[in-house]
Design a protein around this ligand. Sequence first.
Ligand SMILES: Cc1cc2nc3c(=O)[nH]c(=O)nc-3n(C[C@H](O)[C@H](O)[C@H](O)COP(=O)(O)O)c2cc1C
Length: 196
Amino acid sequence: MEETKLSILKTIKARRSAHTFKDKPVDTKILKEIFTYGSYAPTHYMKEPWNIKLYQGEGRTAFVDAIIASYIRIGMISDDASPKTLKMVDSMKSFLLSIPHHGLIYFEREADSIRFEEEYAAVCAFIQNAQLAGWEYGVGMLWTITPYMSDPLFLEEIGLNSEVFKIAAVMQIGYPEKVSRNKGRTPIEKKLEIIE
Ligand SMILES: Cc1cc2nc3c(=O)[nH]c(=O)nc-3n(C[C@H](O)[C@H](O)[C@H](O)COP(=O)(O)O)c2cc1C
């Protein structure tokens, strides 16, 4: 018991966001185990609101194309065929395709704002559990929130109705090329107010 506890505590501090990945996919069985650990997150009314679309292998192509199309719609990439734009699209595509797995995490919207917050909070707990479990398997992740996630046409392109579903995050997943520097954290005393 003590050993498990120690391992969890070590992992919490050791985990780092992964920014570059080895060109080696993670076995789907391992990813399923990682997400299974994720799913032990607390969840009000046992709603288990998280859903995952896991893009890997050839499945990444249409996903990456949808991201580029969204960036053009949003205006993050110019809508022209100039050499500069083509070069940008090319490098964006090859960067996104160098990521072995993209885990798009989404949940059903709630009209009630408190319920919405509850579901989003549970999904975030799921994500962090999965990140920590991933670290135990040597699998790194980067939690990303990017503008295309709020583009209704992007959701439509990947088969989600934006009036029904909200994308919480897109996790970039794979074996890390290198572990980034531990930036440390602010001493908790600076954040903690004890009222007694
Ligand atoms: C909700 C959320 C969104 C994030 N979005 C991004 C992102 O879009 N791009 C990125 O590089 N990192 C993103 N991060 C990762 C943070 O940059 C990272 O956690 C932070 O720098 C601390 O580094 P560490 O995770 O290695 O401790 C996000 C983290 C959270 C919690």
